[in-house]
Design a protein around this ligand. Structure first.
Ligand code: SAM
Length: 178
């Protein structure tokens, strides 16, 4: 498993009480979603992506829905946890999507992001530029992401560099006030 996935999984496991529901946005082929599903077999998981990958394989506790982060095809106040792994930089309207995440989280719920951020120091700038060029999308800065989260109504925003990720991937958590 990649370091970013390990970091997200640790944040998921740190959530108390055990989550009843989890939304994974931008699930792609669902490999990481299945890891979450196997780790939390009692949790009802919704996996969302703009298109269903041909390689997507579900699990008993995963429901797939087609839809975008900017208009999530799910109910309000429905999820203890929302995860976004390696997808935020692909979203076309990141602030709007974060407002959507706020809508679908239960009060007290946690938003967990693992994504590249562009920070103003040399190695990060170099890898950020390279990866953004190869992968496409737009990398936010930590400050911008914090502002989007707070403007959406989330608080307790924490942003930490994930070790062993070429100094470019960050774990971001933010909570919907209870
Ligand atoms: C690099 S894959 C990440 C897959 C998986 N989450 C992981 O960590 O391995 C990025 C995914 O984000 C999806 N995506 C891109 N824009 C999106 C959007 N606006 N809303 C939801 N998903 C989106 C893509 O279709 C793609 O499947």
């Amino acid at each position: 498993m990649r370091s970013v996935h390990t970091a997200i999984l640790e944040a998921i496991l740190g959530y108390r009480p055990a989550p009843k529901s989890l939304l994974d946005i931008g699930c792609g082929d669902g490999v990481f979603t299945r890891t979450i599903a196997a780790t939390l077999p009692q949790t009802a998981i919704t996996a969302v992506d703009v298109k269903q990958s041909k390689r997507f394989v579900g699990a008993k506790n995963i429901t797939f829905k087609t839809g975008s982060a900017e208009a999530l095809p799910v109910d309000s106040d429905a999820y203890d946890l929302v995860t976004a792994s390696l997808t935020l930089h692909h979203w076309t309207n990141q602030p709007q999507a974060i407002t959507e995440v706020f809508r679908v989280l239960k009060p007290g719920g946690l938003f967990i992001i693992g994504d590249p951020l562009l920070e103003n120091w040399l190695i990060n700038r170099f890898w950020g530029w390279l990866v953004q060029t190869l992968d496409g999308g737009r990398f936010a800065s930590a400050q911008t992401l914090q502002t989007w989260a707070q403007d959406a109504g989330l608080d307790q925003v924490e942003i930490n560099l994930i070790p062993r990720t070429m100094k470019s991937l960050y774990l971001v958590t933010a909570r919907k006030p209870a």
